[in-house]
Design a protein around this ligand. Structure first.
Ligand code: SF4
Length: 64
């Protein structure tokens, strides 16, 4: 499972960090989300899917 964040779309709403706090973090300096631990994504598909659904700008995408 791979997850991409479109940083051009991300507006730091932080919904993803609420839905999956161990996977997503918003960088205070850049104001963009990034992935903390992509090694645990496969076991956390439900959280990732909630983050995808919760992102108001559709910036998170599961690519495989
Ligand atoms: S929910 Fe979407 S817009 Fe908000 S920080 Fe996460 S990726 Fe960015």
């Amino acid at each position: 499972m791979k997850v991409e964040i479109d940083t051009k779309l991300c507006k730091a709403y932080a919904n993803c960090t609420f839905e999956a706090p161990e996977i997503f973090e918003v960088d205070d300096a850049t104001g963009k989300a990034h992935i903390l631990d992509d090694g645990s994504l496969e076991n956390r598909r439900d959280e990732v899917e909630r983050a995808v659904d919760g992102c108001p700008v559709g910036a998170i995408r599961i690519t495989e």
